[in-house]
Write a protein that binds this ligand. Structure first.
Ligand code: GDP
Ligand code: MG
Length: 163
C-alpha cells in the first residue's frame, strides 16, 4: 500500500525544498519553464525503501497580499483532500505567524492525519521557534532542515508506518 503526502504551509517555509529532496530535481525544472505555473505539483517520492506520492502546494509566490490568503486556503484544502497525510511545515527561524495559526486551524478541522515539521531547524536560531510550534496543537514538531538534510531519519520514522 502506498500513500499520498501533502506538504502544506505558507510561502517560503521550505516546502519545495523538501519536495525536491524527496522527488528529485527533475520535476523542479518544470516550474522554470516560461509560462508554466502549477498550483499543485505532484511527484513520486523515493525515501529509503518508501515509495509514495507527494504533493507540493506551489503557485502562491506570485500572489498579491490581497489574494494570497484566499488562494492559499483553497489550495491547502484541495491538497488536504487529495492526501492521506499532511506535513504541515513552519519556519522555525521565523517563528509562528498568524497565517501559520490559521492554516493549522484548517488542518485540525479538515485532515485526520497531520504531521508537524519545524523546518530550517539547523542551529540554535531555531530553538525558540521549535518551542513555539507546540502552541499549534498538532503534537510534537519534527525538527528538520530540508536544505541541509537534517531530521530526515525522524521524518522517515514518522512516515514508515503509513506505507
Ligand atoms: P516554499 O515557498 O515553502 O516552497 O519554500 P522554498 O522551498 O522555496 O524555500 C524558501 C527559502 O527557504 C529558500 O531560500 C530556501 O533555500 C530556504 N530554505 C529551505 N529549507 C531550508 C532549511 O532547512 N534551512 C534554511 N536555513 N533555509 C531553508
Ligand atoms: Mg514552493
Amino acid at each position: 500500500m502506498s500513500f499520498t503526502l501533502a506538504i502544506v504551509g505558507r510561502p517560503n517555509v521550505g516546502k519545495s525544498t523538501l519536495f525536491n529532496r524527496l522527488v528529485g530535481k527533475r520535476l523542479a525544472l518544470v516550474d522554470d519553464q516560461p509560462g508554466v505555473t502549477r498550483d499543485l505539483r505532484e511527484g513520486a517520492a523515493r525515501f529509503g525503501d518508501l515509495n509514495f506520492t507527494v504533493i507540493d502546494t506551489a503557485g502562491l509566490e506570485d500572489a498579491t497580499d490581497d489574494s494570497l490568503q484566499g488562494r492559499m486556503r483553497k489550495l491547502t484544502e484541495r491538497a488536504v483532500d487529495m492526501a492521506d497525510v499532511c506535513l504541515f511545515m513552519i519556519d522555525a527561524r521565523a517563528g509562528l505567524t498568524s497565517t501559520d495559526r490559521e492554516l493549522a486551524e484548517l488542518l485540525r478541522r479538515r485532515s485526520g492525519n497531520v504531521l508537524l515539521a519545524a523546518n530550517k531547524s539547523e542551529g540554535r536560531a531555531a530553538d525558540a521557534g521549535i518551542l513555539e510550534a507546540y502552541e499549534l496543537g498538532l503534537g510534537e514538531p519534527l525538527r528538520i532542515s530540508a536544505e541541509h538534510g537534517e531530521g530526515m531519519g525522524e521524518l522517515f520514522a514518522a512516515l514508515a508506518p503509513l506505507a
